[in-house]
Structures are given as C-alpha cells and as structure tokens.
Design a binder for this molecule. Structure first.
Ligand code: DLL
Length: 433
C-alpha cells in the first residue's frame, strides 16, 4: 500500500499544481524584489520587474542565479528576511570552493521537514517504524533534514549521525531499525561490514533505505538491495534549496518526484540557458516558491538530468527527475571526451565489482591519462595472474565501449580503498593539483 504524508497536495491534479505555482511565484518574486537587493539588481539589468511575472509561463524572463552569485553575495547578500527572523543556518562542505551558507526561518524548517516526511512515507514509513538517521548531523543538511522528517512521520528516530560503523549495526539490530537513511556509499559499507559479521539480508530488520547526497548508479541500488534485503529509495536535494527532500522516489523507483508545490524545476541548455523540453538532458534549475530566508529564483544546480511528467502509478502527480548523472563540474574531460564517474561505476558493477573504486586522472607528456583502481571482491580475490589479467582486460574493454576511450585498470586487494561515512570521494584529478 502506498503511504502519503500530504496526499491532497502530493496527488493533486496538474491544474491544481499549476494554480498553486502561479500564485506562489507571483508572491515570491515580489518578496525577492522587495527584500533581496542583489537579485533585484539582476532583474533590473535584465529589464524585468515583478509586474512582468504573472504566471509560471513568465518564469523564463527571470535571470538565473549561480553558485558564483552565492559566493559573491556571501554570507548575507541573498537573504530575504532580517537575521532576527532566522533560526538556523546549514552549510555545504565547500569541496568545490567557498562554503554556501543557507538561512532558515522556522517556517522554512517546517516546510523542509515536511518534504523529508513525504520522502519517508513514500518509502513505506509510518509511526510504527524505527528510522535510523546515519547522515551526518551538524552543518550538513542530511542528518537534520531526515531527522525532522522522521519526527513529523512519528517514527522512533535514532540519530546516530555518520561513522562508528559497529555501533550503527548494534543499534540497527538491538532497536530493530526498519528504515536506514545515509549516503549510498555508506549503505554499501554497512552492508559489507554486516556480511563480515556473518549477517545476511534475512537477519537484518531493515526494510527500506533512503539514500542520496551523491550520484549512485542503478547497479549500486541492486547491490545494496540484495545485501541488506531492503528496498532502496533515492532522495535528492541541495543546501541552497533547503537540503534533502527537494525530490524523492516512490515505490515505483522510476525517478524522483519534485515537491512541486515548493519548487519549480526546469531543465536548461547549460551553454545557452535555453529551457529544454521534458525528456531532454540538461542542467537542472530550481525556483523556490515558499522559502522566506533564502529565497532563490532560477538557481542553476549544475546537476545534469532529465524531467518527465508521465503519469506515475504511485498516484503522485508531481514531475519526476531522473537520477542525476552527476554535477557538470564532476564531469571529467579526458582527451577531449566527457566522462562522468557514474558511467565508470556502471561498468564496474556490471562486471561484478562493488562500488569501491578510485578514478585517477593525470596529464603525462601533454596527454591526459585515466586510471581506474578497483577492489576485487573477497570472492574474486586470487593470486592467479592469468585470472587477474583476464579480468583487467575485460574491464578495459567494458570501459572503452562505455566511454569511448582507453583506461588503465588496476585491480587491488579487498579493503584497500578507503571507505566513506558521508559523500564518497572517488576522483583524484592530478591535473588540478
Ligand atoms: O547533499 C543534501 C542531501 C542530503 C540530499 C541527504 C540527499 C540526502 P549538498 O551537500 O548541498 O546537499 O549537495 C548537493 O549533491 O547538487 C547533487 O550534485 C548531489 N546530490 C544530492 N542528492 C543526490 C542524489 C545534499 N540523490 C549536491 N543523486 C547536489 C545524485 C545528488 N546527486
């Protein structure tokens, strides 16, 4: 049976959703114009004023906001409310530059947690469930967001945060956790640890996992589902827009429903800024409709994916986004060819490896080099050189046909590549060091 947190809005007719978006957009543009001089200036430069925005059909007239704007306006320049009305900040890890600091009023936090509650219920969660939140707590949005959502659903919440893997497993077993929230790479690591402890899928009380914060392949989903004996649901979001819960998967596991009463999603051509039709791959852009303290209009996420408005049999009517392929700035350009780490992961998992790998890019004698280091699983570990060389050859071919370029493959012993408790670091680009 499908569970919903707010069925009247999650399953509203398309007409109703558009009506809500039209009304909220007009209000939000006025709020930003009146309170965010940084964006008002951008609108003035483009010759747009609030009167020009009468419905979502006018959205394309508004200027984009980018990460560069956030950096320029850091820390207070994009705030829509005075500090006295704000109750919290969250922040990104700053791996791709200066940290982003996002501000929240209590109203913003309530809506964010509702979005997370929708995701938990879409994964089958109810107040009968025990939900272990193993995303990091603190400045990262993963822990606080899912924690709040879990409370709203009424689950018994275990706020383990990330790390201390043995204690995580102890709580899952002792308190009979049924839902696990963490990054997919950490879920895979937990699965690996449980296997080592002799625990199979039938010994573990978990039934569902809500995994996001990083790109993960369909193959990785299958692996995690098998090892933990659960259904693994994807969840997406970013600090700039609140955190997890901008979109989430339902039982169909065919794309993530965007919470369209709070966010308008667009796909644009990253080079021209032109809005692209559904089904076409491009950069995701979001407009927040309700956020008071940090109201971003047409924010360019740099995440590459597609949208579909095809009917979903879960009953939800909100537009779905495909699994993002990764960020445009995760994309590696190797000898002129565009390579996403997620494509490499797909090949590795198809060949029976787990997602324990490292991609090393360098430039030697003016030529880009690509090396993929991947761990053999304990079952395939051998010192038979012939077998290793055959495995290597098969991977080189698999990667060549996926990427169109040759990679060096190095097979390493099990447990030699560092595991991650949060977002996995899988790429070392020595050209940038
Ligand atoms: O990662 C928020 C989050 C926490 C989402 C927990 C889901 C679960 P940031 O640290 O600001 O926020 O990073 C946002 O992570 O632009 C994507 O590139 C990537 N990302 C997030 N979720 C997914 C996902 C959180 N499900 C950035 N699939 C985003 C692929 C994802 N990439």
């Amino acid at each position: 049976m499908e569970h919903y947190y707010q069925p009247e809005i999650e399953c509203a007719s398309r007409e109703k959703i558009i009506e809500i978006q039209n009304e909220k957009l007009v209000k939000q543009v006025k709020h930003v114009w009146d309170n965010v001089p940084y964006y008002r200036k951008k609108m003035e430069q483009k010759g747009v004023s609030p009167e020009d925005i009468k419905s979502i059909d006018d959205l394309h007239k508004l200027p984009f906001l980018s990460k560069a704007d956030l950096r320029e306006a850091y820390p207070y320049g994009l705030m829509g409310k005075p500090l006295k009305d704000c109750v919290r900040i969250q922040s990104t890890s700053g791996t791709t530059g200066k940290r982003v600091v996002a501000f929240y009023t209590q109203h913003d936090i309530d809506l964010w947690e509702e979005c997370c509650a929708r995701a938990i219920m879409a994964a089958g969660g109810t107040n009968e469930d025990v939900c272990q939140v193993s995303y990091g707590y603190g400045l990262f949005t993963g822990g606080p967001g899912l924690n709040g959502g879990s409370h709203k659903v009424g689950c018994l919440t275990i706020p383990t945060s990330s790390g201390n893997t043995e204690r995580q497993i102890m709580f899952i077993m002792d308190l009979q956790a049924t839902i696990l929230c963490c990054t997919p790479s950490y879920a895979a690591f937990l699965g690996e640890k449980m296997k080592e402890m002799g625990l199979g899928p039938d010994d573990i009380p978990l039934k569902a996992g809500i995994f996001g914060a990083e790109a993960w392949s369909e193959e990785m989903r299958q692996d995690i589902q098998k090892t933990l004996g659960i259904k693994a649901y994807d969840i997406y979001g970013l600090t700039e827009l609140s955190g997890p819960g901008v979109s989430f998967e339902c039982s169909e596991q065919k794309g993530m429903h965007v919470n369209e009463d709070h966010f308008i999603a667009e796909i644009i051509d990253p080079d021209t800024g032109e809005v692209l039709p559904d089904g076409t791959q491009g950069e995701l852009v979001f407009t927040s409709l309700d956020k008071e303290a940090f109201p971003l209009l047409r924010y360019r996420t740099r995440d590459i994916c597609t949208l579909t408005r095809e009917k979903c049999s879960c009953g939800r009517t909100h537009v779905r986004m495909a699994k993002p392929k990764g960020r445009s700035d995760d994309m590696l350009i190797i000898r002129g060819v565009n390579v996403f780490p997620s494509q490499i992961e797909t090949v590795l998992l198809k060949h029976g490896y787990a997602a324990n790998y490292l991609i090393i890019v360098d430039r030697v004698n003016n030529t880009d080099t690509l090396e993929v280091q991947v761990e053999m699983t304990p079952e395939m570990f051998t010192d038979n050189l012939g077998e290793i060389s055959a495995r290597q050859k098969a991977l080189v071919e698999g990667l060549k046909s996926m990427l169109g370029i040759k990679a060096k493959v190095t097979l390493v012993a099990p447990r030699t590549i560092a595991r991650s408790e949060g977002k996995a670091v899988r790429v070392i680009d020595k050209r940038k060091i």
